[in-house]
Structures are given as C-alpha cells and as structure tokens.
Ligand binder design. Structure first.
Ligand SMILES: *Cc1c(COP(=O)(O)O)cnc(C)c1O
Length: 486
C-alpha cells in the first residue's frame, strides 16, 4: 500500500496496517472497560476541578500519539460520566445500547455515507424507508405513511409542530406566524416534555402559545379540561393548531387518554400528535400494545429509537399518516444538490440537510431480535419494575404512579429522611443511580429500568441500598434525632 504523501497527515489518515492495530487495540480496551462497569460506581468520581486539570494539559500545539489519547479518553469516560451501561443505572431513559446498534455506528463511521439524498446513498435511504414503514405500520398508522429518523424526540416533536402549523395555514411556510389572523395555540399536559416550550419558541409562535392542560390525579391529561381549554381559546379568538398526547410521561410513565384527546383535537380541526418517545416501544409487545390504544388516530407520532429501543444516541423517529406533508413543509431547491426528489431525498422532507445514517442502528437491532425479541426486552423491564414496586410496598414505601410501564415513583415511609437526601446518598454510594422528580406536587424517588442487562438481583440491591440510606442516613442523623424528640 502506498503511504500518504504528507507524513504529518498519518495521524489523521494512518496506513491500513496501523489503522487495523489501532482498531483492534480500541476493541480490547472497550471490552475491558465495559465488562467491568458493573463492579465500579454508577456515578462519576471525577469532579469539575480534576476534569479541568486534565484538560489544561491540551494546548493542541504538539501532536500526541493516538494510543495515548485513546487510553486517556477511555479512562475519562470510565470515571467521568454517569454509567448508563451499569446494570444499576435506574435513571432517565438513556439506555445501555444494543450491540447491533453499536455495530451500526462503527460501520456508519467507517463508510460515512451522506443521507441528504438518495442519489448519494441509495441503499441507506432505502433501508431507512423500509424501517420507518415497518414501525409506522406496527404503530397502527396507514400503509402509505411517511417519516424519517431524527436526532431525537425533540427534533421529531419540532417536526410535528411545523407540519401542524403548515396544515393549519398553507401560508405559514412563507409568512411564518404572521400567517395566522388568530394566535395559534398548542396543547399538551402539564406533565408533558417541556421541550414543547423551546419548540414553540423555535417555530416563531412563542412559548406563550403552549397551553399546559392539567392532569388528573393519576398524571394523565384531563380530557375534559382539554376540551374546555380549546373552547375557551376559540371563544377568545385563538386558533388551536395541535393537541399533543404524551404516551409515557418522562417523570412517571403515564399515558394520556389517546382516544379522547384525538377526538377533541379532530373536532376542533387541530392536528393530533402522540409523543411516544419512550413509551412507543410498547408497540413491540402484543400483550402490551393495547396500552397505546388510540395511537392509530394520530396525525403524527414521535418514537425515539434511543430510548426503549435502546439504540445508541441520538436516534429518534417522526412518523406521519399524511404522505405529502413532509414534502410540502421542507421543500427547497438548489443547483448544487445531485437530485431533488421529495419522494426519496431526505433533505427536502426533513429538518436536517447533511444527515448521518442513523436508521441502521434500529435496522440491525430489529432485524437481529425481531419484534418478539424487543417484546421480551420491554416485558422484562416491566416485570422488574413490578418486582421493585412489590419490594418497596412491602417495606412501607408508597408507590405514587400507577404506570403500566417500567418507571417507578416512590415515597419513603414516614420517619425516613427527605427524598432528595435519600437520592443523594444512594447516588454518592455508587451502588445505583436514581433521581428525584415531582409527581402530584410531591417529591418522589424516580427509578426506571432502562438497561437490558439489569437483573432481579440488581433491583434487590437497589431496594437494600434505599433502605440503608432511608433508615440509617449518613447526612441526616441530626434530622432523625430531632424527629424522634418531636
Ligand atoms: C425524551 C423525551 C422527549 C425528548 O426527546 P430527546 O430524544 O431527548 O430529544 C420528548 N418527549 C418525551 C415523552 C420524552 O420521553
């Protein structure tokens, strides 16, 4: 093999033998690091000072050998992040990634295909289309549905609002918010994902266009309150453009009444979007998909592959029953792109322009496991959540959320320290990673089963750890004494 002409560039473009040695070495390093994550701490041990000191050695003037840099980087990540691949990571919806999705990332990084057009990457664009159709059908949308991969749920939700605004006023594309004689309004529950505020800002209708509809005592959007809110707004001369139902709220895994929300939306001529970023994975399970009853009435749906489908981040999906809406919304023409085909070219049907081949992550995962494999993955997580609820209830904890999904919000028994203090002590112990949220206006411990390698022993260890810091708090000793005296 001829060596590259410029010797300095070998750091960037090594010859094939050096590249191979580097890759093999990295493979071994990652194996060693990841296969031992469970023995280490779930929370980072590096503080901001030591991270800053480590970084101050980089002046980017002298060249550093790649081996040294890779050693340094893997060590940083072993100790400087929350370990989502730890079997006792019970945090937000960030998964331990599936092995096929990791393989996909490696392949995609090596070939680096450009998915802006089908002309440049026909096979990659076709793979994504096939997959989007399969997921849309599985979600109950019509055969001729459209959609694409996104950087995550936020981009998919942003896409939904742009489509809804264009649907409400064809002049929106040209005139923006000025297209509306009456102020446009978007409805989502007070427990919805509040990226909706940023999204309303980005589309130019402003944060005040988001109406946060109250939830019932169970944390689901109150359909009656939704109907009333639309009525009140229309009476005041506003224009309801979109109703968002959340299928799996971020805090507590609650599913809004999808059918009732769809009816309210469609009666008012508004777009109905289902944000199933996390909970959408229930479509995999024949036993559980009924929980999403009504999703098939959606004009559009958000499902994140990087949540319960456990691909690497960031990987979301936007799906819509309206075949032409994306082409109408994102059309643009230039002389320098090799093609302009709204039926095929992602750059004229989506927010992004240059585009990574994200879909391969889910394509390989779904092809390797099948819907049944994913059904087991989802059902396993829910069974562990049920076990966690039973264990905590037996010890006097109160389960706050009646979720059918794999997230548990719990309040400790009377006499235990405050939720925030228990969570802080558990995280500091390194045994598990959990978080605090509020549900029904009260602080609760939030625990989500997100890792496909989490086993019943891990859940039992979490329960023991919670009890240890609940009954014998490290930092709350004084509070406890005061409590006893009172
Ligand atoms: C995670 C989540 C989002 C945001 O998605 P990102 O992938 O983080 O951009 C939106 N809605 C719900 C219900 C979510 O769970």
């Amino acid at each position: 093999m001829p060596k590259p002409v410029c010797p300095e560039s070998t750091a960037l473009f090594p010859d094939w033998d050096d590249r191979r040695r580097g890759e093999d070495r990295l493979t071994v390093m990652l194996h060693n690091a990841l296969s031992h994550v469970a023995q280490g701490r779930a929370a980072p041990t590096k503080d901001a000072d030591s991270i800053g000191r480590g970084l101050s050695q980089f002046d980017f003037r002298s060249a550093i050998p790649i081996e040294q840099l890779l050693d340094w980087t893997v060590e940083q990540l072993r100790n400087g992040i929350v370990q989502v691949t730890h079997p006792r990571y019970f945090g937000l919806f960030n998964p331990a990634p599936t092995f096929p999705s990791e393989c996909a990332d490696r392949i995609v990084a090596a070939f680096n295909p450009q998915l802006a057009t089908s002309t440049t990457s026909p096979v990659a664009v076709a793979i994504e289309r096939r997959l989007v159709q399969a997921v849309a059908q599985r979600a109950g949308l019509p055969d001729r549905s459209a959609g694409h991969f996104t950087s995550g749920g936020s981009e998919a939700n942003f896409t939904a609002l742009i489509c809804a605004l264009g649907h409400a006023s064809p002049d929106f594309a040209v005139s923006g918010a000025r297209a509306f004689a009456a102020p446009p309004v978007v409805y989502a529950s007070s427990d919805s994902h509040l990226a909706w505020l940023k999204i309303a800002h980005q589309t130019g209708i402003g944060r005040s266009a988001v109406r946060l509809v109250p939830t019932d005592a169970g944390g689901r959007m109150d359909a009656q309150a939704l109907r009333q809110a639309l009525r009140d707004d229309m009476a005041c001369g506003s224009r309801p453009v979109m109703v968002v139902a959340t299928a799996g709220t971020t805090s507590a895994g609650m599913i809004d009444p999808l059918r009732a929300c769809a009816q309210v939306a469609h009666e008012a001529g508004a777009w109905f979007h289902v944000d199933a970023a996390w909970g959408g994975a229930l479509i995999c399970s024949d036993r559980l998909r009924g929980c999403l009853d009504g999703i098939e009435a959606a004009d559009s749906v958000t499902i994140d592959a990087h949540k319960w489908f456990a691909t690497t981040m960031g990987c979301g999906m936007f799906l819509t029953r309206h075949e032409n809406v994306l082409a109408d919304t994102f059309r643009v023409e230039t002389g320098y792109m090799p093609s302009n085909n709204p039926g095929l070219d992602p750059y004229v049907t989506s927010v992004q322009w240059s585009r990574r081949f994200l879909g391969l992550r889910l394509f390989l995962s779904l092809a390797a496991a099948g819907w049944d494999g994913y059904a087991s993955h989802v059902e396993h997580a829910i069974a562990l959540a049920e076990h966690l609820k039973a264990q905590l209830s037996a010890r006097g904890w109160r389960i706050a959320n009646e979720s059918a999904l794999a997230v548990v919000c719990a309040e400790p028994p009377d006499g235990y320290p405050a939720v925030r203090s228990i969570v802080r002590d558990v995280v500091a112990s390194g045994h598990a990673w959990i978080s605090t949220t509020t549900f029904g206006g009260r602080d609760v411990v939030r625990m989500c089963i997100t890792n496909g390698r989490t086993m019943i022993e891990d859940v039992n260890l979490l329960v023991d750890t919670l009890q240890t810091f609940g009954r014998w708090p490290q930092h709350a000793g004084r509070d406890r004494q005061m409590h006893h005296q009172a």
